[in-house]
Design a protein around this ligand. Structure first.
Ligand code: GLU
Length: 447
Protein backbone atom coordinates (compact mmCIF):
# COMPACT_ATOMS: atom_id res chain seq x y z
CA UNK A 1 0.00 0.00 0.00
CA UNK A 2 1.39 3.40 -0.95
CA UNK A 3 1.02 5.97 1.78
CA UNK A 4 -0.73 9.02 0.42
CA UNK A 5 -1.52 12.21 2.31
CA UNK A 6 -3.25 15.33 1.12
CA UNK A 7 -2.99 19.00 1.92
CA UNK A 8 -6.40 20.46 1.13
CA UNK A 9 -6.49 24.26 1.25
CA UNK A 10 -9.40 26.30 -0.04
CA UNK A 11 -8.06 28.83 -2.55
CA UNK A 12 -10.02 31.61 -0.88
CA UNK A 13 -7.10 33.35 0.81
CA UNK A 14 -3.37 33.35 1.32
CA UNK A 15 -1.71 30.49 3.18
CA UNK A 16 -0.37 31.32 6.62
CA UNK A 17 2.06 29.53 8.90
CA UNK A 18 -0.72 27.35 10.29
CA UNK A 19 -1.45 26.06 6.78
CA UNK A 20 2.26 25.58 6.17
CA UNK A 21 2.37 23.35 9.22
CA UNK A 22 -0.46 21.17 7.87
CA UNK A 23 1.29 20.95 4.50
CA UNK A 24 4.65 20.18 6.09
CA UNK A 25 3.27 17.39 8.29
CA UNK A 26 1.46 15.81 5.34
CA UNK A 27 4.62 16.04 3.24
CA UNK A 28 7.02 14.74 5.90
CA UNK A 29 4.71 11.90 6.92
CA UNK A 30 4.34 10.70 3.33
CA UNK A 31 7.99 11.13 2.39
CA UNK A 32 9.27 9.39 5.52
CA UNK A 33 7.46 6.31 4.22
CA UNK A 34 8.22 6.67 0.52
CA UNK A 35 4.69 7.81 0.02
CA UNK A 36 2.99 10.50 -2.00
CA UNK A 37 1.97 13.99 -1.05
CA UNK A 38 -1.14 15.33 -2.75
CA UNK A 39 -2.27 18.92 -3.11
CA UNK A 40 -6.04 19.17 -3.29
CA UNK A 41 -7.66 22.50 -3.95
CA UNK A 42 -10.90 22.55 -1.97
CA UNK A 43 -12.51 24.97 -4.36
CA UNK A 44 -16.17 23.97 -4.14
CA UNK A 45 -17.01 27.54 -3.16
CA UNK A 46 -16.62 28.98 -6.63
CA UNK A 47 -17.59 32.49 -5.63
CA UNK A 48 -14.81 32.83 -3.10
CA UNK A 49 -12.18 30.64 -4.77
CA UNK A 50 -9.86 32.25 -7.28
CA UNK A 51 -7.07 31.28 -9.65
CA UNK A 52 -4.95 33.98 -8.09
CA UNK A 53 -5.16 32.25 -4.70
CA UNK A 54 -4.50 28.83 -6.31
CA UNK A 55 -1.31 30.18 -7.90
CA UNK A 56 -0.34 31.79 -4.61
CA UNK A 57 -0.70 28.36 -2.97
CA UNK A 58 1.52 26.83 -5.69
CA UNK A 59 4.15 29.49 -5.16
CA UNK A 60 4.08 29.13 -1.40
CA UNK A 61 4.46 25.35 -1.57
CA UNK A 62 7.26 25.67 -4.13
CA UNK A 63 9.01 28.13 -1.84
CA UNK A 64 8.69 25.74 1.12
CA UNK A 65 10.02 22.95 -1.09
CA UNK A 66 6.84 20.89 -0.63
CA UNK A 67 6.28 19.82 -4.23
CA UNK A 68 3.10 17.80 -4.57
CA UNK A 69 3.35 14.42 -6.33
CA UNK A 70 -0.29 14.68 -7.39
CA UNK A 71 -2.75 17.55 -7.65
CA UNK A 72 -6.56 17.44 -7.59
CA UNK A 73 -9.25 20.06 -7.86
CA UNK A 74 -12.68 19.63 -6.33
CA UNK A 75 -14.27 21.94 -8.90
CA UNK A 76 -13.50 19.29 -11.54
CA UNK A 77 -15.31 16.58 -9.62
CA UNK A 78 -18.83 17.92 -9.16
CA UNK A 79 -20.35 15.13 -11.29
CA UNK A 80 -18.85 12.55 -8.97
CA UNK A 81 -20.25 14.26 -5.84
CA UNK A 82 -23.66 14.32 -7.49
CA UNK A 83 -23.42 10.59 -8.17
CA UNK A 84 -22.53 9.78 -4.55
CA UNK A 85 -25.23 12.11 -3.30
CA UNK A 86 -27.84 10.38 -5.46
CA UNK A 87 -26.78 6.98 -4.13
CA UNK A 88 -27.03 8.21 -0.54
CA UNK A 89 -30.45 9.69 -1.26
CA UNK A 90 -31.62 6.39 -2.70
CA UNK A 91 -30.50 4.68 0.51
CA UNK A 92 -32.41 7.26 2.58
CA UNK A 93 -29.20 8.49 4.21
CA UNK A 94 -29.63 12.13 3.29
CA UNK A 95 -32.76 14.20 3.78
CA UNK A 96 -34.20 17.45 2.53
CA UNK A 97 -34.67 20.31 4.97
CA UNK A 98 -36.50 23.58 4.44
CA UNK A 99 -35.74 25.69 7.50
CA UNK A 100 -34.42 29.15 6.77
CA UNK A 101 -31.25 30.30 8.58
CA UNK A 102 -33.49 32.47 10.80
CA UNK A 103 -35.71 29.57 11.76
CA UNK A 104 -32.67 27.46 12.61
CA UNK A 105 -31.28 30.25 14.66
CA UNK A 106 -34.51 30.59 16.64
CA UNK A 107 -34.54 26.84 17.28
CA UNK A 108 -31.00 26.98 18.60
CA UNK A 109 -31.82 29.90 20.87
CA UNK A 110 -34.87 28.10 22.29
CA UNK A 111 -32.79 25.00 22.99
CA UNK A 112 -30.08 27.02 24.69
CA UNK A 113 -32.65 28.88 26.75
CA UNK A 114 -33.94 25.52 28.01
CA UNK A 115 -30.39 24.42 28.83
CA UNK A 116 -30.31 21.95 25.94
CA UNK A 117 -27.43 21.47 23.47
CA UNK A 118 -28.22 23.27 20.18
CA UNK A 119 -28.47 20.09 18.13
CA UNK A 120 -30.67 19.99 15.04
CA UNK A 121 -33.98 18.37 16.04
CA UNK A 122 -34.47 16.47 12.76
CA UNK A 123 -37.87 18.07 12.28
CA UNK A 124 -37.41 17.79 8.51
CA UNK A 125 -37.34 13.98 8.75
CA UNK A 126 -41.03 14.06 9.72
CA UNK A 127 -42.13 16.18 6.75
CA UNK A 128 -44.71 14.58 4.50
CA UNK A 129 -44.46 14.85 0.72
CA UNK A 130 -47.33 17.37 0.78
CA UNK A 131 -45.52 19.55 3.30
CA UNK A 132 -42.36 19.46 1.18
CA UNK A 133 -44.33 20.40 -1.91
CA UNK A 134 -45.92 23.23 -0.01
CA UNK A 135 -42.50 24.60 0.94
CA UNK A 136 -41.33 24.33 -2.65
CA UNK A 137 -44.49 26.04 -3.88
CA UNK A 138 -43.60 28.84 -1.46
CA UNK A 139 -40.29 29.17 -3.31
CA UNK A 140 -38.13 27.43 -0.69
CA UNK A 141 -35.34 25.19 -1.97
CA UNK A 142 -34.23 22.18 0.08
CA UNK A 143 -30.84 21.99 1.72
CA UNK A 144 -29.65 18.51 2.56
CA UNK A 145 -28.41 16.85 5.70
CA UNK A 146 -26.61 13.56 6.18
CA UNK A 147 -28.32 11.31 8.74
CA UNK A 148 -25.92 10.34 11.50
CA UNK A 149 -26.43 6.95 13.13
CA UNK A 150 -26.55 8.18 16.71
CA UNK A 151 -23.92 5.60 17.65
CA UNK A 152 -20.47 6.23 19.09
CA UNK A 153 -17.68 6.63 16.55
CA UNK A 154 -14.21 5.41 17.54
CA UNK A 155 -10.88 5.87 15.92
CA UNK A 156 -7.27 5.60 16.95
CA UNK A 157 -5.83 9.01 16.24
CA UNK A 158 -2.12 8.97 15.41
CA UNK A 159 -1.61 12.05 17.58
CA UNK A 160 -4.51 12.16 20.06
CA UNK A 161 -4.75 8.43 20.73
CA UNK A 162 -8.06 6.65 21.20
CA UNK A 163 -11.00 8.91 20.28
CA UNK A 164 -14.71 8.43 20.90
CA UNK A 165 -17.43 10.79 19.72
CA UNK A 166 -21.15 10.25 20.28
CA UNK A 167 -22.84 11.19 17.04
CA UNK A 168 -26.11 11.48 19.00
CA UNK A 169 -24.66 14.71 20.40
CA UNK A 170 -24.04 16.17 16.93
CA UNK A 171 -26.34 17.86 14.45
CA UNK A 172 -26.77 15.97 11.22
CA UNK A 173 -24.33 17.87 9.02
CA UNK A 174 -25.64 19.96 6.16
CA UNK A 175 -23.85 18.58 3.12
CA UNK A 176 -25.54 20.57 0.38
CA UNK A 177 -26.84 24.11 0.39
CA UNK A 178 -30.23 25.20 -0.94
CA UNK A 179 -28.52 26.59 -4.07
CA UNK A 180 -27.15 23.10 -4.80
CA UNK A 181 -23.53 23.90 -3.85
CA UNK A 182 -21.52 21.51 -1.70
CA UNK A 183 -20.29 22.06 1.79
CA UNK A 184 -16.90 20.66 2.66
CA UNK A 185 -17.90 17.30 4.17
CA UNK A 186 -19.12 15.21 1.24
CA UNK A 187 -16.54 16.27 -1.38
CA UNK A 188 -13.75 15.80 1.13
CA UNK A 189 -14.82 12.29 2.03
CA UNK A 190 -15.47 11.26 -1.58
CA UNK A 191 -12.04 12.55 -2.60
CA UNK A 192 -10.25 10.89 0.28
CA UNK A 193 -11.79 7.60 -0.87
CA UNK A 194 -11.49 8.01 -4.65
CA UNK A 195 -8.00 9.46 -4.54
CA UNK A 196 -6.70 6.69 -2.26
CA UNK A 197 -5.75 8.86 0.70
CA UNK A 198 -4.37 6.61 3.41
CA UNK A 199 -3.75 9.25 6.10
CA UNK A 200 -5.71 12.40 6.80
CA UNK A 201 -3.48 14.76 8.76
CA UNK A 202 -5.09 18.05 9.77
CA UNK A 203 -5.75 20.45 12.61
CA UNK A 204 -7.77 19.52 15.68
CA UNK A 205 -10.52 21.92 14.62
CA UNK A 206 -11.63 19.00 12.43
CA UNK A 207 -11.95 16.38 15.19
CA UNK A 208 -15.74 16.62 15.33
CA UNK A 209 -15.98 16.58 11.54
CA UNK A 210 -14.05 13.33 11.62
CA UNK A 211 -16.84 11.52 13.46
CA UNK A 212 -19.39 12.57 10.83
CA UNK A 213 -16.93 11.81 8.05
CA UNK A 214 -16.26 8.30 9.34
CA UNK A 215 -20.01 7.66 9.26
CA UNK A 216 -20.28 9.13 5.79
CA UNK A 217 -17.42 6.93 4.58
CA UNK A 218 -19.22 3.87 5.91
CA UNK A 219 -22.46 5.04 4.25
CA UNK A 220 -20.67 5.36 0.91
CA UNK A 221 -19.20 1.92 1.45
CA UNK A 222 -15.51 2.84 1.76
CA UNK A 223 -12.75 2.10 4.25
CA UNK A 224 -11.78 4.99 6.52
CA UNK A 225 -8.22 6.30 6.26
CA UNK A 226 -6.11 6.81 9.36
CA UNK A 227 -6.52 10.17 11.05
CA UNK A 228 -4.09 12.45 12.83
CA UNK A 229 -5.23 15.76 14.31
CA UNK A 230 -2.52 18.12 15.45
CA UNK A 231 -3.01 20.90 17.97
CA UNK A 232 -3.64 24.37 16.66
CA UNK A 233 -0.97 26.94 16.27
CA UNK A 234 -1.38 30.20 18.14
CA UNK A 235 0.44 33.48 17.84
CA UNK A 236 3.20 34.23 20.34
CA UNK A 237 0.60 36.16 22.38
CA UNK A 238 -1.85 33.25 22.32
CA UNK A 239 -4.01 34.81 19.57
CA UNK A 240 -5.66 32.90 16.75
CA UNK A 241 -3.91 32.82 13.37
CA UNK A 242 -6.61 33.33 10.82
CA UNK A 243 -5.86 32.95 7.17
CA UNK A 244 -8.64 35.37 6.33
CA UNK A 245 -6.88 38.32 7.81
CA UNK A 246 -3.70 37.16 6.15
CA UNK A 247 -1.75 37.52 9.36
CA UNK A 248 1.60 35.83 9.00
CA UNK A 249 0.95 34.84 5.43
CA UNK A 250 3.72 32.88 3.78
CA UNK A 251 3.96 35.64 1.20
CA UNK A 252 4.72 38.15 3.94
CA UNK A 253 7.28 35.91 5.59
CA UNK A 254 8.97 35.30 2.24
CA UNK A 255 8.91 39.06 1.58
CA UNK A 256 10.60 39.66 4.92
CA UNK A 257 13.49 37.61 3.59
CA UNK A 258 13.13 34.50 5.70
CA UNK A 259 14.59 31.28 4.37
CA UNK A 260 11.94 28.62 3.78
CA UNK A 261 14.05 26.19 5.78
CA UNK A 262 13.99 28.51 8.79
CA UNK A 263 10.23 28.26 8.80
CA UNK A 264 10.24 24.53 8.07
CA UNK A 265 12.78 23.89 10.83
CA UNK A 266 10.63 25.73 13.34
CA UNK A 267 7.18 24.46 12.45
CA UNK A 268 8.31 20.85 12.17
CA UNK A 269 9.22 20.94 15.85
CA UNK A 270 6.69 23.32 17.42
CA UNK A 271 4.29 21.33 19.54
CA UNK A 272 6.78 18.51 20.13
CA UNK A 273 9.13 18.01 23.05
CA UNK A 274 12.05 17.92 20.60
CA UNK A 275 14.41 20.88 20.37
CA UNK A 276 14.05 23.32 17.49
CA UNK A 277 17.22 23.13 15.42
CA UNK A 278 18.29 24.88 12.24
CA UNK A 279 18.04 22.29 9.49
CA UNK A 280 19.40 22.94 6.00
CA UNK A 281 17.18 20.68 3.94
CA UNK A 282 13.89 18.83 4.00
CA UNK A 283 15.66 15.49 3.72
CA UNK A 284 16.96 15.95 7.26
CA UNK A 285 13.46 16.73 8.53
CA UNK A 286 12.01 13.73 6.69
CA UNK A 287 14.43 11.30 8.25
CA UNK A 288 13.70 12.53 11.78
CA UNK A 289 9.93 12.79 11.38
CA UNK A 290 7.71 10.89 13.78
CA UNK A 291 4.13 12.09 13.99
CA UNK A 292 3.62 10.56 17.42
CA UNK A 293 6.09 13.15 18.80
CA UNK A 294 3.40 15.81 18.36
CA UNK A 295 1.61 16.64 21.58
CA UNK A 296 -1.82 18.05 22.32
CA UNK A 297 -0.78 21.41 23.72
CA UNK A 298 -1.15 24.34 21.32
CA UNK A 299 2.00 25.30 19.41
CA UNK A 300 2.99 28.95 19.76
CA UNK A 301 4.52 30.61 16.78
CA UNK A 302 6.87 33.53 17.28
CA UNK A 303 8.37 35.20 14.18
CA UNK A 304 11.39 36.11 16.34
CA UNK A 305 12.21 32.40 16.44
CA UNK A 306 12.21 32.29 12.64
CA UNK A 307 14.55 35.27 12.54
CA UNK A 308 16.97 33.57 14.93
CA UNK A 309 16.90 30.34 12.95
CA UNK A 310 17.36 32.29 9.75
CA UNK A 311 20.71 33.66 10.83
CA UNK A 312 21.85 30.25 12.07
CA UNK A 313 20.81 28.55 8.85
CA UNK A 314 22.70 31.08 6.74
CA UNK A 315 25.79 30.87 8.96
CA UNK A 316 26.01 27.13 8.28
CA UNK A 317 24.81 27.10 4.68
CA UNK A 318 27.14 25.25 2.33
CA UNK A 319 28.54 26.93 -0.76
CA UNK A 320 26.77 24.30 -2.83
CA UNK A 321 23.37 25.45 -1.52
CA UNK A 322 24.19 29.15 -1.72
CA UNK A 323 25.82 29.12 -5.15
CA UNK A 324 22.77 29.36 -7.44
CA UNK A 325 21.46 32.26 -5.39
CA UNK A 326 24.81 34.05 -5.37
CA UNK A 327 24.77 33.90 -9.14
CA UNK A 328 21.25 35.29 -9.24
CA UNK A 329 22.13 38.42 -7.31
CA UNK A 330 25.44 38.95 -9.11
CA UNK A 331 27.60 38.20 -6.06
CA UNK A 332 31.07 36.70 -6.57
CA UNK A 333 30.51 33.09 -7.51
CA UNK A 334 33.33 31.99 -5.33
CA UNK A 335 33.46 29.63 -2.36
CA UNK A 336 35.91 31.82 -0.45
CA UNK A 337 33.50 34.73 -0.74
CA UNK A 338 30.58 32.74 0.63
CA UNK A 339 32.55 31.18 3.47
CA UNK A 340 33.99 34.58 4.30
CA UNK A 341 30.68 36.44 4.52
CA UNK A 342 28.01 33.93 5.52
CA UNK A 343 28.71 34.38 9.24
CA UNK A 344 27.84 38.06 8.97
CA UNK A 345 24.43 37.92 7.40
CA UNK A 346 21.02 37.57 9.02
CA UNK A 347 19.14 37.48 5.70
CA UNK A 348 20.35 36.29 2.33
CA UNK A 349 19.73 39.77 0.91
CA UNK A 350 22.46 41.06 3.25
CA UNK A 351 24.91 39.47 0.79
CA UNK A 352 24.49 42.62 -1.32
CA UNK A 353 26.13 44.70 1.43
CA UNK A 354 28.96 42.19 1.55
CA UNK A 355 29.44 42.52 -2.18
CA UNK A 356 29.70 46.27 -1.72
CA UNK A 357 32.33 45.82 0.99
CA UNK A 358 34.39 44.01 -1.58
CA UNK A 359 33.66 45.65 -4.91
CA UNK A 360 32.83 49.08 -3.57
CA UNK A 361 31.91 51.80 -3.70
CA UNK A 362 32.83 52.31 -0.06
CA UNK A 363 33.91 55.43 1.75
CA UNK A 364 37.04 54.68 3.75
CA UNK A 365 36.97 55.98 7.31
CA UNK A 366 40.22 57.26 8.78
CA UNK A 367 40.35 59.04 12.10
CA UNK A 368 42.87 61.88 12.20
CA UNK A 369 45.06 60.10 14.70
CA UNK A 370 45.32 57.08 12.38
CA UNK A 371 46.42 58.90 9.22
CA UNK A 372 50.12 58.12 9.67
CA UNK A 373 49.36 54.57 10.63
CA UNK A 374 47.45 54.07 7.37
CA UNK A 375 50.40 55.46 5.39
CA UNK A 376 52.64 52.96 7.19
CA UNK A 377 50.14 50.20 6.52
CA UNK A 378 50.20 50.93 2.82
CA UNK A 379 53.99 50.70 2.81
CA UNK A 380 53.93 47.39 4.72
CA UNK A 381 51.24 45.74 2.59
CA UNK A 382 52.42 42.28 1.42
CA UNK A 383 52.96 41.93 -2.32
CA UNK A 384 50.19 40.84 -4.66
CA UNK A 385 48.35 38.54 -4.76
CA UNK A 386 46.81 38.84 -1.29
CA UNK A 387 46.02 35.45 0.20
CA UNK A 388 44.44 33.97 3.31
CA UNK A 389 47.79 34.48 5.10
CA UNK A 390 48.30 38.09 4.04
CA UNK A 391 46.28 39.63 6.87
CA UNK A 392 48.30 37.96 9.60
CA UNK A 393 51.62 38.72 7.86
CA UNK A 394 50.61 42.32 7.41
CA UNK A 395 49.31 42.95 10.92
CA UNK A 396 52.25 41.12 12.54
CA UNK A 397 54.65 43.37 10.64
CA UNK A 398 52.63 46.49 11.50
CA UNK A 399 52.48 45.52 15.15
CA UNK A 400 56.26 45.27 15.34
CA UNK A 401 56.74 48.45 13.40
CA UNK A 402 54.19 50.68 15.13
CA UNK A 403 53.75 49.06 18.55
CA UNK A 404 50.00 49.08 17.98
CA UNK A 405 47.98 46.05 18.99
CA UNK A 406 44.43 44.80 19.41
CA UNK A 407 41.66 47.18 18.44
CA UNK A 408 44.10 50.06 17.84
CA UNK A 409 45.81 47.94 15.22
CA UNK A 410 42.84 46.26 13.53
CA UNK A 411 40.05 48.84 13.60
CA UNK A 412 41.77 51.57 11.55
CA UNK A 413 42.55 48.97 8.87
CA UNK A 414 38.99 47.64 8.84
CA UNK A 415 37.54 51.14 8.64
CA UNK A 416 39.93 52.24 5.92
CA UNK A 417 39.33 49.11 3.83
CA UNK A 418 35.58 48.66 4.31
CA UNK A 419 34.20 51.97 5.59
CA UNK A 420 32.58 50.00 8.43
CA UNK A 421 33.37 49.23 12.05
CA UNK A 422 31.98 45.69 11.79
CA UNK A 423 31.96 42.95 9.23
CA UNK A 424 33.40 39.64 8.17
CA UNK A 425 36.86 38.68 9.36
CA UNK A 426 39.52 40.75 7.65
CA UNK A 427 41.64 37.72 6.85
CA UNK A 428 38.80 36.56 4.55
CA UNK A 429 38.03 39.99 3.20
CA UNK A 430 41.54 40.99 2.25
CA UNK A 431 42.07 38.50 -0.60
CA UNK A 432 38.48 39.07 -1.76
CA UNK A 433 38.98 42.86 -1.96
CA UNK A 434 42.22 42.15 -3.77
CA UNK A 435 45.51 43.98 -3.93
CA UNK A 436 44.57 46.82 -6.29
CA UNK A 437 41.43 47.84 -4.42
CA UNK A 438 43.22 47.55 -1.07
CA UNK A 439 45.88 49.94 -2.34
CA UNK A 440 43.28 52.30 -3.78
CA UNK A 441 41.37 52.37 -0.49
CA UNK A 442 44.53 52.87 1.59
CA UNK A 443 45.76 55.68 -0.59
CA UNK A 444 42.32 57.19 -0.94
CA UNK A 445 42.04 56.97 2.78
CA UNK A 446 45.44 58.49 3.52
CA UNK A 447 45.06 61.42 1.15
N1 GLU B 1 -10.40 22.53 3.01
C1 GLU B 1 -10.40 22.09 4.38
C2 GLU B 1 -9.80 23.18 5.24
O1 GLU B 1 -9.04 24.00 4.73
C3 GLU B 1 -9.57 20.82 4.48
C4 GLU B 1 -9.62 20.18 5.81
C5 GLU B 1 -9.12 18.77 5.71
O2 GLU B 1 -7.90 18.61 5.72
O3 GLU B 1 -9.91 17.85 5.60
O4 GLU B 1 -10.10 23.26 6.41
Amino acid sequence: MTIRTRFAPSPTGLLHVGNARAALFCFLFAKAQNGEFMLRYDDTDQERSSDAFSSAIDQDLAWLGLQPDVTARQSERFARYEEVFTALNEKGLVYACYETPDELDRKRKRQLARGLPPVYDRAALALTDEEKQAFEAEGRQAHWRFKLSGNDVHWEDLIRGSQKIETASLSDPVIRRADGTWLYTLPSVVDDLDLAITHVIRGEDHVTNTAAQIELIAAIGGAAPEFAHFSLMLGADGSNLSKRIGSLSLQDLRGQGFEAMSLNSLIARLGTADPVEPVQDLASLISGFDISRLGRAPARFDPEDVARLNARILHDMSYELAQPRLQQIGAPDDEAFWLGVRGNIDYFADVAQMVTLINGPITPIVEDEDADFIVAAHAALPAAPLTAESWSQWTTALKQQTGRKGRGLFMPLRQALTGQAHGPEMQHLLPLIGYDRVVARLTGASE
